[in-house]
Design a protein around this ligand. Structure first.
Ligand SMILES: NC(=O)c1ccc[n+]([C@@H]2O[C@H](COP(=O)([O-])OP(=O)(O)OC[C@H]3O[C@@H](n4cnc5c(N)ncnc54)[C@H](O)[C@@H]3O)[C@@H](O)[C@H]2O)c1
Length: 383
């Protein structure tokens, strides 16, 4: 069985799907590992490191893809790349089928079995394959580092002969994997941290990392249906006002609130940004799905009323060494989990396959598997 790792071609993508360390694990399971020349360079793995690990390296794309059983990538393939994948081969990568409908259709047309890593259910068995978490954790760390580097202040309190410097105030909105890592990083740097999430269950985790959970206690609803609706509007208004206050008091705001498969919710309006002190920094990790901040320019760094707003894409790529290292463990573990008696087997009774499979046998699977099986975290299918 030949497994192929092409060089990533998406703009700014610096990760590689498999690092040399993972090659012997794949070879040991019966794969001939082939990698495109230069594929690991941006993650600081040269071709000779792959050769020493037992992989074959080629710059000839026809030779690379010929008779491949499996292709491992980070980003969804382009239409040209789809045409290189042999019919009936397996593809594992991030795919985001809802926003890559043309690519998904052409994968189906080419008879490729495409498994989307982001659709894996978040069950214990899939933890070692959870590329969303491994990459989000790095993004959360880097978001805080990017914010600190752009702030014209230091983060920790300093008592000097020239007076006391107050610690920076950080507000993290959305405390999933990325948000919690941003909090942990801010804490190590010495910031005072507050955090907010719609899931109040995350309060304990936020507090255990040394941050304060911002919440508005719900009032008891004793009235009739009409009254309850009014209260809810009042609740939302008070919530917006409290968030606006906390944002205005912060030197750094890091937003990570994503809703899988949907546009990111707007949490920071332009009016809220206007209330921030000039020189403050917002890092919007949801920029790729539209942004949590109304004035984020997706993919760019901008300044609004003196506030720096970072909406850069693909933050994990900026730490390509660790991002590739963790991603390759995830993708490698998934591929190995598909082996039955030494052969790749696409078994729809396996919930990992059923949830993540986007195309198979010439068809696009209805609801993209994941959507149909409810692996959306907001649907509560978490372990
Ligand atoms: N194997 C597992 O059990 C497993 C693995 C990974 C993650 N998880 C859990 O899943 C949860 C979400 O993971 P994620 O980081 O991928 O989530 P995500 O990237 O989809 O969202 C980030 C956070 O934003 C929050 N959010 C969404 N809308 C919001 C809004 N309007 N206002 C404020 N916050 C909002 C979400 O509640 C979430 O905590 C976390 O609790 C995480 O610990 C479980």
């Amino acid at each position: 069985m030949k497994v192929v790792i092409p060089k990533e071609t998406a703009n700014g993508e610096r990760r590689v799907a498999v690092v040399p360390d993972v090659v012997p694990k794949l070879s040991g399971a019966g794969f001939d590992v082939w990698i495109q020349a230069g594929a690991g360079l941006e993650a600081h793995h040269d071709d000779s490191a792959y050769q020493e690990a037992g992989a074959r390296v080629t710059s000839d794309l026809t030779e690379l893809f010929k008779d491949a059983s499996a292709v491992l990538k980070v980003q969804p393939p382009t239409l040209d790349e789809v045409n290189l994948i042999p019919p009936n081969a397996l593809l594992i990568s991030f795919l985001y089928p809802a926003r890559n409908t043309e690519v998904t259709a052409s994968l189906a047309k080419r008879n490729v079995t495409a498994l989307a890593l982001e659709l894996l259910p978040r069950i214990s068995r899939a933890q070692s394959m959870d590329a969303l978490s491994s990459q989000a954790s790095l993004a959360g760390y880097k978001a805080m580092i990017m914010a600190a580097a752009r702030l014209d202040k230091i983060i920790p309190m300093q008592m000097t002969a020239a007076g006391t410097l107050a610690p920076a105030r950080v507000f993290v909105m959305g405390a999933g994997v990325a948000g919690l890592q941003a909090i942990a990083t801010a804490r190590r740097l010495g910031a005072i941290i507050e955090a907010f999430d719609v899931r109040t269950a995350v309060k304990d985790e936020i507090e255990s990392l040394g941050a304060k959970f911002i919440e508005i206690p719900l009032e008891s609803s004793e009235g009739t249906g009409g009254y309850a609706a009014e209260q809810s509007e009042d609740y939302l208004r008070r919530q917006r006002e409290l968030l606006a206050e906390r944002i205005a008091a912060s030197d750094i705001v890091i937003t990570t609130a994503a809703v899988p498969g949907k546009k990111a919710p707007t949490l920071v309006t332009s009016e809220m940004v206007s209330r921030m002190r000039p020189g403050s920094v917002i890092v919007d990790l949801a920029a790729e799905s539209g942004g949590n901040c109304e004035v984020t320019s997706p993919g760019e760094e901008t300044v609004f009323n003196g506030v720096k707003i970072v909406g850069l894409y693909d933050v994990p790529s900026s730490v390509s060494v660790h991002a590739s290292q963790t991603y390759s463990r995830n993708v490698g573990n998934f591929l190995l989990a598909l082996l039955k008696e030494g052969q790749i087997q696409i078994d729809f009774n396996d919930e990992l396959v059923n949830a993540s499979c986007v195309t198979h046998s010439g068809e696009t699977r209805l609801g993209f598997g994941g959507a149909a099986t409810g692996n959306n975290p907001s649907e509560g299918n978490l372990s």
